[in-house]
Design a protein around this ligand. Structure first.
Ligand SMILES: Nc1nc2c(ncn2[C@@H]2O[C@H](COP(=O)(O)OP(=O)(O)OP(=O)(O)O)[C@@H](O)[C@H]2O)c(=O)[nH]1
Ligand SMILES: [Mg+2]
Length: 333
């Protein structure tokens, strides 16, 4: 019968009192444990469904794959990747390589890592000087906060960083970026709210070149992918930057709130069509996000995930690592 194991509750003594002894522990350095816990916590909603399938030594029957398929779809993994995963596991079942829930867990882990690993391509800012990053995304996705977090990381790597307050639209956006600049002790190029954002970007590129900066990060105002005139404004910023630095921006980064679910997928497609996205930062994976969206977005865009955000603090950003992500997603409680 389908969904039998889905009905298993936390109160079931088999689950809450006797966690399996072989539960894998993340083997990471201490510093990373806080991060892993946050990610794990954030992905718990998604993981609970998987957990019920993988706990104990259940035999795989005809319904199991159907149930797993439903779980993957409801976790926002997307139809194409879900089919790929189910097909791969089905082949293993037929070859008798998967015949209990432990082997199913292992097989799913392996295939998810295989799918995500090609998209774990870290951003290398040492290829250009100044390396120009243009941040884009809808309102509240986490662009400005990610800039603050990235600035700290680049500075810790010994880079000279400059910021540009290209969000001249939202009241207090300039102050918000300046606060991150002060906190990280890096210069911020800004004009007043209401100024032309392309002009701010132009000034900033010239200044970063003149001052020999290693990295320039340009903030932009949040906009909906459906607002054509604002998407045109974003294209204009890019064109204007290219007047002073023809091959820039070296990274057009799309910041996506993972909690936006299927809407995140639409945003990703539209921003990519308008701006040719180079890399993705997925934020708020500490919240109620269904982590499966990472599969749908990477499948749709075929672009790397550079970073993932797991909180509001300056340290809550990590280079995307496929293995760690899948560990957190499929962790057995
Ligand atoms: N929990 C959590 N909150 C985050 C994360 N990243 C950003 N935030 C919060 O999300 C809110 C919006 O972040 P901003 O950085 O201002 O977002 P933005 O994309 O610059 O927004 P606009 O400038 O209005 O378009 C803030 O309260 C941030 O602290 C994250 O990874 N996890
Ligand atoms: Mg902002």
């Amino acid at each position: 019968m389908a969904f039998n194991w889905l009905k298993k509750k936390k109160s079931d003594p088999e689950i809450s009192e006797n966690p399996p002894a072989e539960t894998p522990q993340p083997v990471e350095v201490n510093e990373k444990i806080g991060y892993f816990q946050r990610l794990k916590q954030g992905l718990s909603k998604t993981r609970q469904g998987f957990g019920d399938v993988f706990l104990g030594k259940k035999k795989i029957d005809g319904d199991t794959l159907e149930d797993l398929e439903m779980l993957l779809l409801s976790a926002d993994v997307g139809i194409e990747t879900t089919e790929t995963l189910i097909d791969a596991i089905n082949r293993k079942i037929k070859r008798n390589e998967v015949n209990d829930s432990d082997a199913l867990h292992q097989a799913l882990h392996t295939h998810m890592c295989e799918i995500l690993t090609p998209f774990a391509e870290p951003l290398d800012v040492s290829t250009q000087q100044p390396f120009i990053i243009l941040m884009t995304g809808i309102n509240g996705a986490g662009k400005t906060t990610t800039i603050g977090k990235l600035t700290q990381q680049f500075k810790n790597d010994g880079k000279k960083v400059m910021l540009a307050a290209g969000d001249t639209f939202r009241a207090a956006a300039v102050e918000q970026l300046k606060a991150w600049g002060e906190r990280n002790d890096v210069p911020v190029i800004a004009q007043n709210t209401g100024a032309d954002s392309a002009s701010v970007a132009y000034d900033a590129v010239q200044s970063a070149q003149a001052r020999n900066m290693d990295v320039l990060i340009i903030d932009t105002a949040g906009r909906l992918h459906t607002q054509d005139h604002l998407m045109e404004e974003l294209k204009k910023i890019k064109r204007v930057i290219q007047k002073v630095a023809p091959d820039a921006p070296h990274e057009t980064m799309l910041v996506i709130d993972a909690g936006n679910g299927q809407n995140a997928l639409r945003q990703a497609r539209e921003f990519d069509a308008a701006m040719q996205i180079d890399g993705i930062t997925l934020t708020k994976l500490d919240g109620t996000a269904k982590g499966g969206i990472i599969f749908a977005i990477t499948h749709a865009l075929q672009r790397p995930v550079r970073y993932i955000g797991v909180g509001e603090h300056i340290d809550d950003l990590r280079v995307f690592n496929a293995q760690t992500f899948v560990d957190a997603l499929l962790y057995k409680e």
